[in-house]
Ligand binder design. Structure first.
Ligand SMILES: [Fe+2]
Length: 192
């Protein structure tokens, strides 16, 4: 279980309950292409998020997988069904999750992903996400056309500005290769 995201009419009306009563801490927030606030209670970047879409309900549940291939193989399955995908494969700017979203029969979505990030809550300071919620991908079929276009613009801008984040791995789901990067290794070899 990764996190839950609730859609609400007004974030400012429900935030005090989660922050002041339940003790959630703000991780970060996005104001464009839609309002989204992310909260943590431990090292997981967010266990709860609130997005403002004008309705109240569950937006999605996030399930995190051990292997990136689990996500890709499920994506193949979901793509086989008309209308199943709610957001295409993509990667988030804040928790670095690589994921896609699929509709459940109850019309909320399940985010199926890999590689979520840990933070250090003691030293963390919250900030605005200037590039929106996704580094690439996550084309959201549920967004109105103008916001969908704005989201795409923001992703392209992030790419143009060179925004890249390291892959988050755990023991057992990756193998570390020799060397640093092909360009650096070549430069070192040439100098020897
Ligand atoms: Fe999510």
């Amino acid at each position: 279980m990764g996190h839950i995201v609730l859609t609400v009419e007004r974030i400012d009306q429900v935030m005090p309950f989660y922050v002041d009563v339940l003790g959630f801490k703000l991780s970060d927030f996005a104001l464009r292409p839609f309002k989204a606030y992310f909260f943590h209670v431990n090292a997981r970047h967010h266990s709860l998020a609130l997005i403002e879409t004008g309705t109240n309900g569950i937006h999605h549940l996030m399930m995190e997988l051990f292997s990136l291939d689990d996500v890709g193989q499920a994506y193949d399955l979901a793509q086989g069904e008309e209308g199943r995908i709610g957001a295409t494969l993509g990667r988030h700017t804040n928790d670095f999750m690589t994921s896609f979203y699929a509709y459940t029969p109850s019309c909320f979505m399940v985010e199926y992903g890999w590689g979520g990030r840990n933070i250090r809550p003691e030293t963390w300071t919250s900030m605005e996400l200037e590039h929106g919620p996704s580094l690439w991908g996550h084309d959201r079929t549920w967004l109105p056309p103008e916001q969908r276009a704005e989201a795409r613009e923001m992703r392209l801008k992030a790419a143009e500005l060179g925004v890249r984040q390291p892959v988050q791995v755990i023991k057992g789901n990756h193998e570390l290769m020799a060397g640093t990067c092909p360009w650096w290794d070549m430069t070192v070899r040439a100098a020897e």
